[in-house]
Design a protein around this ligand. Structure first.
Ligand SMILES: *[C@@H]1O[C@H](CO)[C@@H](O)[C@H](O)[C@H]1NC(C)=O
Ligand SMILES: *[C@@H]1O[C@H](CO)[C@@H](O)[C@H](O)[C@H]1NC(C)=O
Ligand SMILES: *[C@@H]1O[C@H](CO)[C@@H](O)[C@H](O)[C@H]1NC(C)=O
Ligand SMILES: *[C@@H]1O[C@H](CO)[C@@H](O)[C@H](O)[C@H]1NC(C)=O
Ligand SMILES: *[C@@H]1O[C@H](CO)[C@@H](O)[C@H](O)[C@H]1NC(C)=O
Ligand SMILES: *[C@@H]1O[C@H](CO)[C@@H](O)[C@H](O)[C@H]1NC(C)=O
Ligand SMILES: *[C@@H]1O[C@H](CO)[C@@H](O)[C@H](O)[C@H]1NC(C)=O
Ligand SMILES: *[C@@H]1O[C@H](CO)[C@@H](O)[C@H](O)[C@H]1NC(C)=O
Length: 406
């Protein structure tokens, strides 16, 4: 096609040009036939895009030979690269470190870790990647970009739907250019609690430029000055996953308005932020939420937010630990009917566990699998605890339980 584009504009109305044009057309039709035949094989990659990958590779130390297949002409067959079948444009670059493993703990701590060996790319993200204008998926997570900044040009890859730079040793402020990518659905910049504060943002207003976002993970990124973080986020009406742990988020108005993701959000981690002494209303009514972590977020004698349990029946993980909650364990825990893990450690909750878990014939009897009430002021256990036959883990250390052990 490039050949044709180059030739046709040169053709003027002169006869010589007419001959030239018919020559060009016959070249064109030969080309078309060739590409019809080629439709049965895979397109090979585009020279400019291959050059871009090679420059990117030159910016990296690859001691574990992760990019050893990056030789020869057909960059579409290189490891981690996927091209469009028809035109051969690079659509996907998946260079997540192969050593990342997910750990499974019963407490739902699914944080991945670097498992074994040293298999990361070390260096920087070369600006040559801007050539990959058709790229819709970029995963560079768990490589070591040596405290360089997140490049601004990533905001110009206008087809990017998925960007994963989690735990990639990037540092500095997050370029606002990332807000230019209006198609984006997945943005993962999670620092997994390592080096919290290595990355920071002054404001999160740019998020409102990403209306299709489904998955946003900014955990570990300091956002201590991002006053308007909630109004910016509340526009994201497709959001399903929101990771904001350890962000030093400023307090928000507890009376705050509704959020547009109140029916779509399934996962929320707001742990380790100092959000004041009142649980804001918008947190109490997230109708699709299954995983809610509000540990280390509130201070000052809050009472148990029973509404969370009454409104959100699909909760499977609830962490309200380390919030100096006072008062009795709520009686409504038995509303929860999914495979439930409850972490309520380091609060001042009082009362009777059996009464809280409620009717032993409720569905919770089959679904409760994890209960952590360590360091509270619980005074009674009760025989009924024995009915919870799928309970895998229970921690009652540091309470004031009296009476016989059932
Ligand atoms: C095209 O590429 C795919 C995946 O790389 C491969 O499985 C398939 O065999 C290739 N087809 C041809 C005709 O080369
Ligand atoms: C990479 O390998 C080279 C040569 O084997 C070695 O000198 C260098 O220290 C290694 N770098 C890292 C970061 O492991
Ligand atoms: C990492 O690679 C270096 C150089 O190849 C090697 O000396 C070292 O033992 C490796 N470390 C691990 C943990 O595999
Ligand atoms: C990003 O990559 C990490 C592993 O490197 C993975 O655990 C995480 O789920 C990925 N994020 C998304 C949105 O897929
Ligand atoms: C992208 O965003 C930045 C900062 O918000 C802005 O300066 C720039 O002009 C934008 N670029 C495009 C191509 O929209
Ligand atoms: C979000 O909600 C506000 C107020 O309810 C509304 O004006 C706005 O259009 C909504 N935005 C989106 C993207 O749904
Ligand atoms: C919770 O949200 C739903 C739908 O968003 C709404 O219909 C309901 O009235 C809300 N309930 C409370 C208690 O705010
Ligand atoms: C327990 O839940 C029921 C409905 O599921 C509700 O009517 C009642 O008010 C709740 N009790 C408390 C103490 O929240």
């Amino acid at each position: 096609m490039r050949l044709v584009h180059n030739i046709i504009p040169m053709a003027s109305s002169s006869t010589a040009s007419m001959i030239f044009l018919s020559f060009a057309l016959s070249v064109f039709s030969t080309f078309e036939r060739a590409s019809c035949a080629a439709a049965f094989t895979n397109a090979t990659c585009i020279d400019r895009e291959r050059e871009a990958l090679l420059k990117f590779k030159q910016g990296l130390i690859d001691n574990s030979s992760l990019l050893s297949s990056w030789v020869g002409d057909d960059c579409c067959s290189w490891k981690g690269v996927r091209c469009s079948e028809r035109k051969g444009h690079i659509l996907k670059l998946d260079l997540r470190s192969p050593c990342v493993v997910s750990t499974y703990a019963i407490a739902e701590s699914l944080d991945p870790v670097l498992g074994h060996g040293n298999c990361t790319l070390i260096g920087h993200i070369h600006p040559s990647l801007i050539e990959l204008q058709h790229l819709n998926y970029l995963d560079l997570s768990w490589n070591d970009f040596s405290y360089t900044k997140i490049p601004e040009f990533l905001g110009s890859l206008s087809n990017l739907v998925y960007l994963n730079l989690s735990n990639a040793w990037l540092a500095g402020d997050i370029p606002l250019h990332l807000g230019n990518l209006s198609h984006r659905q997945y943005l993962d910049l999670n620092l997994n609690n390592y080096d919290v504060g290595l990355l920071w943002v002054e404001s999160l207003e740019w998020l409102s430029g990403l209306p299709t976002l489904k998955h946003l993970d900014l955990s570990g990124i300091s956002a201590r000055n991002a006053q308007g973080w909630l109004p910016s986020m509340s526009m994201l009406s497709s959001l399903q996953f929101l990771g904001l742990a350890y962000c030093q988020l400023p307090k928000v108005d507890p009376a705050a308005l509704q959020v547009n993701f109140s029916t779509s959000l399934e996962f929320l981690d707001l742990s380790d932020n100092n959000l004041g002494s009142v649980i804001p209303n918008w947190l109490l009514n997230l109708s699709s939420i299954t995983h809610l972590d509000l540990s280390y977020s509130f201070e000052g004698a809050i009472s148990f937010p029973t509404e969370i349990i009454n409104n959100n029946k699909q909760l499977a993980f609830l962490d309200l630990g380390h919030n100096s909650m006072r008062g009795e364990l709520p009686k409504n825990l038995s509303n929860l009917c999914h495979r439930v893990a409850l972490r309520l450690r380091f609060n001042d909750l009082t009362g009777d566990i059996s009464a809280a878990l409620g009717n032993p014939f409720s569905c919770l009897q089959n679904t409760l699998r994890y209960l952590d009430l360590m360091e509270n002021k619980i005074s009674r256990l009760g025989d009924e605890i024995g009915y919870f036959k799928n309970l895998e883990y229970i921690d009652l250390w540091g309470n004031s339980i009296e009476g016989p052990i059932p």
